[in-house]
Design a protein around this ligand. Sequence first.
Ligand SMILES: [Zn+2]
Length: 107
Amino acid sequence: MLTLTCPHCGIRAEETELSPGGEAHLKRYGPGDSDEQFEAYMFARKNPKGVHFERWRHAYGCGKWFLAARCTATLEVFGTYPAQVSAPPEPIIEAIRARRPGWEAGQ
Ligand SMILES: [Zn+2]
């Protein structure tokens, strides 16, 4: 079972206490952008076997949104962090690189 630590309240929560919110760090497109950019924003999502950044909400706890970096193949969690950032914090990137040598952001 997937277990994530909420960065807001510090509680280690099981997957059943959380609500998934999809891929994290999406670049939003809207009026004025091309149809292809808007289509990609609306419908195209990564579905990697490996490192993935995701949005989660501590639904049966504090109720706040946060982001998590984890491996979709092994459920290994590299870290969680507040949702008010546009890119993964450096300690999260370092934790991923320490356990997945050769991994590069954007894979
Ligand atoms: Zn919480």
